[in-house]
Write a protein that binds this ligand. Structure first.
Ligand code: ADP
Ligand code: MG
Length: 636
């Protein structure tokens, strides 16, 4: 018996003791090796006349025998000599990369996906088999050899028989247990699934004997309309589809075909909103096929949701969800990237590969961005539907990058315009700004409807002056806008803040005069609201309403509401200001009460004005019982 090299043994141990749970990739690995072997023969045939092959004969065969518990993967490819069997299967082909994987796997407590993400090669057979026999005959040789191993200490190589060049890998499948179901691999359905799932786009046909149905020939003399009877029979079938849709010329593929592919591959029942396919050539060649879904999957905003694109290398699936290919803010994009320049094995140039992935990711991001731009321009209705589904990811992208990604994302955002009564872009808002308006105004009320937000006295006051206000009700909105800071150099401003600066100089002077003339009244109200508001002031904005609540400093009422629901931020409070409308009849009532020395009445009314302002802004009153009592006291 020949012994395995140390590092091979290490990897075998890992494999068998299964740090990696995705055992089913073994078939992908064997098929990819078979495909490589057929490739090699095919390339040889191009230069070597003696190796003439008929391209139509090239195929890979998969057989299984449930009784004998075997799976056989065969090819008539280049085959291996005795020495090659020893060299290729006795050691790990790419010992560098394998070492890397082994070490990393151990370091990370065996909980890594490295092995699963990239090729693990031939040894993955031992995840499902307790004995592997490889019978191979090299092209141009008339001797065949069998390599055999239990995947523990070593292997043997003996002379064997094989009619033609090529290789058969015969796996003796392990007995299953309650935890591990190996029997699933010993079925037609199981193998068909593995082939179509992982190796659908291998260039050569993968053939398997499967059960089929056909109409029975009608008995002689049977009546014309006799029911057709069906019978099952066994027949060889090509299981994989071979030519991937993304490799086909865009002009040859119908929208219908793309839609069907999307729905079946990404398990959606609706057609995608947009399909983007492109081919990149240069230092790195790849094809990409991307989809923007029409609706968010149910788990889109849950922690379990995983973004990513499927990554193929030379038609073989390497990773189902490669996260590095799409930024978080485009986490809704589904699709595929296929590059022949990425090798199936993680290979020596691990880092370089990552930079390759980054290059692809940059291009993918650009393509999605420009697709969304054109969708917004050409089909506003569809874009609004898109934004309804996925806008939050875009806003979150600005927030999470602390505004850095605004240059990519700001133009993709939509907000509800109180003046135009529709969703608008920031560009549209800015284009509609009044002479002299220096900031973008928004109102933030979490969870409120647009209608209710529009009725806020603060919003109405600003609208009355002719300014537009963006009505924001998504918890992320204000955080996104604040971190963006400005758009087109126009700062973002919450209309419910003190320093809105929309009043004229005259109005401000008038307000100050009123405050000075009624200093006693304001100090009574301030005392009554001690601990609740920072101050009580004369409003320069209110028209119809007696009072409203604004804030000063960085935390708005809306933010306070969002933060109070977030763990760890409960204590964060806004600094509130009660603004009183001096033109409202209530102000006269207050003044009279103060003049008559009825400070209890002033305090009671100040409390009520504060609390009704809270209610209008969708916040709850601090003490509903006190509030109710105060209202009743006015009636009796
Ligand atoms: P890799 O495919 O990445 O080189 P593997 O562990 O899958 O690594 O295979 C090791 C080597 O064994 C291959 O490089 C190849 O030379 C040889 N080999 C495996 N399967 C076959 C096959 N079916 N026909 C010919 N050679 C094979
Ligand atoms: Mg391989």
């Amino acid at each position: 018996m020949r012994k395995f090299k140390t590092e091979s043994k290490k990897l075998l141990d890992l494999m068998i003791n299964s740090i990696y749970t995705n055992k089913e990739i073994f078939l992908r690995e064997l098929i990819s090796n078979a495909s490589d072997a057929v490739d090699k023969l095919y390339f040889k045939s191009l230069t070597d006349k003696s190796a003439a092959v008929d391209k139509d004969d090239l195929c890979i065969r998969v057989n299984f025998d449930k009784g004998a518990r075997t799976i056989i993967v065969s090819d008539d490819g280049i085959g291996m000599t005795k020495d090659e069997l020893d060299k290729n299967l006795g050691t790990i082909a790419h010992s560098d990369s394998q070492n890397f994987k082994t070490e990393n796997a151990e370091q990370q407590g065996g909980d890594v996906d490295i092995i699963g993400q990239f090729g693990v090669g031939f040894y993955s057979s031992f995840m499902v088999a307790d004995h592997v026999r490889v019978v191979s005959r090299a092209f141009g040789s008339d001797e065949a050899y069998a390599w055999e191993s239990d995947g523990v200490e070593g292997y043997t190589i003996e002379p064997a028989e094989r009619e033609t060049h090529g290789t058969d890998v015969i796996l003796s499948i392990k007995e299953g247990s309650l935890e591990e179901d190996y029997d699933q691999f010993l079925t037609e359905e199981g193998l068909t699934y593995l082939i179509t799932h992982y190796s659908n786009y291998v260039r050569y046909p993968i053939r398997m004997l499967v059960t089929k149905q056909r109409p029975k020939p009608k008995p002689v003399g049977a009546p014309e309309d006799a029911k057709t009877e069906w019978e099952t029979y066994k027949g060889i079938e090509t299981i994989n589809s071979m030519v991937p849709i993304w490799k086909r010329k865009k002009s040859d593929v119908t929208a219908e075909e793309y839609n069907e592919f999307y729905k079946s591959d990404f398990h959606d029942y609706e057609n995608p909103a947009r399909t983007v396919s492109f081919h990149a050539e240069g230092a790195l060649n790849y094809d990409a096929l991307l989809f923007i879904p029409s609706r968010a999957p149910y788990d889109m905003y849950s922690r379990e949701y995983q973004k990513g694109l499927a990554l193929y290398s030379s038609n073989v699936l390497i990773m189902e969800k490669c996260e590095d290919l799409v930024p978080d803010y485009f986490n809704f994009v589904r699709g595929i990237v296929d590059s022949q320049d990425l090798t199936l094995n993680i290979s020596r140039e691990t880092l370089q590969q990552n930079s390759q992935l980054r290059a692809i990711a940059r291009k993918v991001e650009k393509k999605i961005k420009s697709e969304l731009d054109s969708m917004r321009e050409d089909d506003r209705e569809a874009y609004e539907a898109f934004f309804e589904n996925f806008g939050r990811s875009l806003k979150y992208g600005i927030y999470a990058s602390r505004g850095e990604k605004a240059d990519v994302l700001a133009d993709l955002l939509l907000f509800y315009s109180a003046k135009m009564n529709k969703m608008v872009t920031l560009r549209e808002y800015v284009e509609d700004m009044l002479e002299g308006q220096d900031s973008i105004l928004y109102h933030f009320g979490v969870g409120e409807t647009k209608e209710r937000l529009g009725k806020s006295p603060i919003v109405k006051a600003v609208l009355d002056k002719g300014y537009d206000v963006l009505l924001c009700n998504d918890p992320i909105d204000e955080f996104c806008l604040q971190l963006m800071g400005a758009y087109d150099e126009k700062p973002m401003k919450n209309v419910a803040t003190e320093d809105l600066n929309l009043g004229s100089e005259d109005e401000k002077a008038d307000a100050q005069a009123v405050e000075q003339d009624n200093a006693d009244l304001f100090s009574t109200m301030q005392k009554a609201l001690e601990g609740k508001v920072e101050k009580v002031v004369v409003s320069t904005r209110l028209v119809d309403e007696p009072a409203c609540l604004t804030t000063t400093g960085g935390v708005s009422l809306g933010m306070e509401r969002v933060l109070s629901a977030a763990e760890g931020y409960e204590g964060i409070k806004s600094a509130r200001i009660l603004e009183i409308n001096p033109k409202h009849p209530v102000f006269e009532v207050l003044k009279d009460a103060q003049d008559l020395g009825q400070t209890d009445k002033v305090s009671l009314y100040a409390g009520l004005l504060y609390e009704q302002s809270l209610l209008i802004e969708g916040l709850s009153v601090e003490d509903p019982f006190e509030f109710a009592k105060a209202v009743v006291s006015l009636m009796v």
